[in-house]
Design a protein around this ligand. Structure first.
Ligand SMILES: [Zn+2]
Length: 469
């Protein structure tokens, strides 16, 4: 097991990861999707970054226990509570479906998307709707600890009882106060007090609680599921930078208010993916999904590479030109795979030490990516020079690097299933017949003709195989 240093958003310093568990199992909670609409590529950046973290820890020899929640109950941010709007419910009404139907369908799409991006599945995907009881228990503890109070509209967390409130986001409560209207309707003591439970019997998704029929607040879901699945204190909690406040600030207040113990040792937040200078958001302008990429003939793996090539704490200025560049990388990697199929790559060995150390210092994936590309180039040169010994060494290094980058296997599949145009297949058949008739001149001429059209025939023990050059 090798050390890793990660930037902790709470202390604003790089810290060495010291797993709580004696068995060096790292516990990780990733804030998951709210399944009322298709996730866009800005959301997917978050899950890709969590995947790079997971794979890096595995490469370094750690064990992992990780969880990604699925928010399938009404997702209410504070503003929406004030305005009484619930995205999942709104979508359900618009589509004349139940919120459960929408959530189920969107959850399936979410898994399709992460599979298209070759994101490893985390150990668990708890559904908020299946953990209501643990949320209620947690709220009861907070009431008993005097961190929460009941009004006619629900149960609220009293932030004045938690002096650390604002530490993660660097928000001063006094500043938050300024310009905020006091909610009379909710009878809150402080405008920033947030809902743990909303009493509302008109909501489409309803559960019984000691305070009346209603539904949980969004923040309590993550506290309850993280503690239930991973314990009261965990090693790493990930999310997007927009989750820092209020979501993660509230998670800390609730969890630490209930247990009196630290909730998370290292908070990791990735920066946004920007489109034309703005954060990609459902309510504003263009939203790009994995389907959009496919429709435009991009490989989702080109997007995976694009995200890998950017450090998670730098914003990404997404553009089609930028994606073109990474589609280009994908094509050149496919060419290498056509020259040397993955089954012939040498297993074993290690990733280059500079690749590993780049990742050990706060997941410097952009540096790691440059090393990967350079090694691909070297492999091409080694193949050109028929230097099989070097080619085998380099292929082994690339395989190890790819345990984190995660593109070779799916790209190999794409290469194998690439459709070959009929005229090329016909030329290849003519060539086979010419070979059988021992007309080697004609066979060679046909090979050249095929090459001119951008394809190459490889004679394998299973017969000839056509690959795109
Ligand atoms: Zn969360």
């Amino acid at each position: 097991m090798q050390p890793i240093h990660l930037y902790n958003s709470r202390t604003r310093e790089q810290e060495e990861l010291k797993p709580i568990s004696a068995t060096d199992t790292v516990t990780i909670y990733n804030c998951g999707p709210t399944v009322y609409k298709r996730q866009h590529i800005g959301n997917m950046r978050r899950f890709l970054n969590a995947d790079f973290l997971r794979r890096t820890l595995l490469l370094l020899g750690y064990q992992i226990h990780d969880v990604t929640n699925i928010t399938d109950v009404g997702h209410l941010t504070q503003d929406e509570i004030d305005e009484g709007e619930d995205k999942l419910e709104k979508e359900a009404k618009a589509q004349q479906k139940t919120p459960q139907d929408i959530a189920k369908y969107q959850t399936e799409l979410f898994f399709q998307d992460i599979d298209a991006l070759n994101i490893q599945h985390t150990d668990q995907y708890p559904r908020a709707s299946e953990h209501i009881q643990s949320m209620i228990t947690l709220i009861e503890t907070l009431l008993a600890n005097k961190h929460a109070y009941i009004t006619s509209s629900g149960v609220y967390f009293d932030i004045s009882t938690f002096p650390d409130y604002g530490k993660l986001s660097g928000n001063d409560i006094k500043n938050i106060d300024a310009g905020h209207r006091v909610e009379v309707r909710n009878e809150k003591k402080h405008p920033q007090d947030f809902a743990l439970w909303m009493i509302d019997d008109t909501h489409l998704q309803l559960w019984d609680s000691p305070w009346g029929k209603g539904y949980p607040g969004w923040h309590i879901e993550c506290s309850a599921m993280s503690m239930e699945e991973l314990g009261e204190t965990i090693d790493i909690h990930t999310g997007g930078e927009d989750n820092r406040f209020p979501h993660h600030e509230n998670e800390i207040a609730q969890s630490e208010g209930a247990t009196g113990k630290p909730f998370v040792n290292i908070w990791m937040h990735n920066r946004h993916l920007m489109l034309a200078g703005k954060k990609m958001a459902k309510r504003e302008g263009e939203v790009i999904t994995i389907d959009t990429l496919k429709e435009k003939n991009y490989s989702p793996l080109a997007f995976r590479l694009l995200v890998f090539a950017h450090h998670y704490r730098s914003p990404i200025d997404f553009s089609w030109e930028l994606l073109d560049e990474f589609q280009g990388h994908v094509e050149s990697i496919k060419k290498v795979l056509a020259r040397l199929p993955l089954s012939n790559w040498k297993k074993g060995g290690l990733a280059p030490s500079e690749f590993v150390s780049a990742l050990q210092y706060d997941l410097n994936t952009s540096k790691a990516f440059a090393i990967f590309l350079e090694t691909i180039k070297e492999l091409n040169k080694a193949l050109d020079a028929n230097n099989t010994k070097l080619a085998s060494q380099l292929s082994s290094q690339l395989l190890n690097m790819d345990s984190v980058i995660g593109i070779l296997e799916p790209l190999q599949k794409e290469t194998m299933t690439q459709t070959i145009p009929d005229p090329i297949t016909a030329l290849a058949q003519d060539r086979e017949e010419a070979k059988k008739a021992k007309n080697y001149m004609r066979a060679d001429a046909l090979r050249q003709e095929i090459a001119q059209q951008g394809y190459r025939i490889e004679d394998t023990p299973q017969g000839p195989r056509i690959v795109r050059i």
